[in-house]
Design a protein around this ligand. Structure first.
Ligand SMILES: Nc1ncnc2c1ncn2[C@@H]1O[C@H](COP(=O)(O)OP(=O)(O)OP(=O)(O)O)[C@@H](O)[C@H]1O
Ligand SMILES: [Mg+2]
Length: 133
């Protein structure tokens, strides 16, 4: 079984809405409170990047429930400026905004699977999954 939910990000408050929706889904899937916190932190970072660098975009949640595993997939997409050098942004401390540059590497550490696609002038798509264990 698989189902999807979506939050459009265009104002700062939408980041909070995305977090809340993600936490609710994670709780229902049976994630413990520590994993719920990891998942909501990842959602915040992805939604905040959309808000800051792309202006607007979407955060989707997909529930994966098969016979042998359960998990949550977060998909963050935007049609913003895109990212020129993907290996650079995945390094700790790389930032173009005076931030900590910890967002994307942090998301990769907090989740189990992580994939980023981006094209300059076209936008960015990040797909990341955490499995219930
Ligand atoms: N959706 C996006 N569109 C365009 N550029 C992005 C996007 N997300 C991240 N970036 C670029 O990647 C860089 C690194 O992002 P990351 O979230 O790791 O750090 P940060 O946002 O700069 O700082 P922090 O998240 O620690 O406050 C950003 O500075 C920005 O240049
Ligand atoms: Mg960031």
């Amino acid at each position: 079984m698989s189902s999807q939910s979506c939050v459009t990000i265009h104002k700062e408050w939408d980041i909070v809405a995305a977090r809340q929706m993600g936490r609710e889904i994670a709780k229902q899937l049976g994630f413990g409170t520590v994993d719920q916190a990891r998942i909501t932190t990842a959602i915040s970072e992805l939604a905040r990047n959309i808000y800051l660098y792309a202006g607007e975009g979407k955060v989707y949640f997909e529930v994966i429930e098969s016979l042998d595993k359960k998990g949550i997939t977060i998909v963050a997409t935007d049609t913003g400026p895109g990212i020129k050098d993907l290996s650079l942004v995945m390094e700790d401390g790389y930032t173009t905004s005076g931030g900590l540059g910890a967002g994307l590497p942090g998301v990769r550490r907090l989740m189990d699977e992580f994939d980023i696609e981006s094209e300059t002038g076209k936008g960015t798509k990040i797909v990341t999954t955490k499995w219930v264990r």
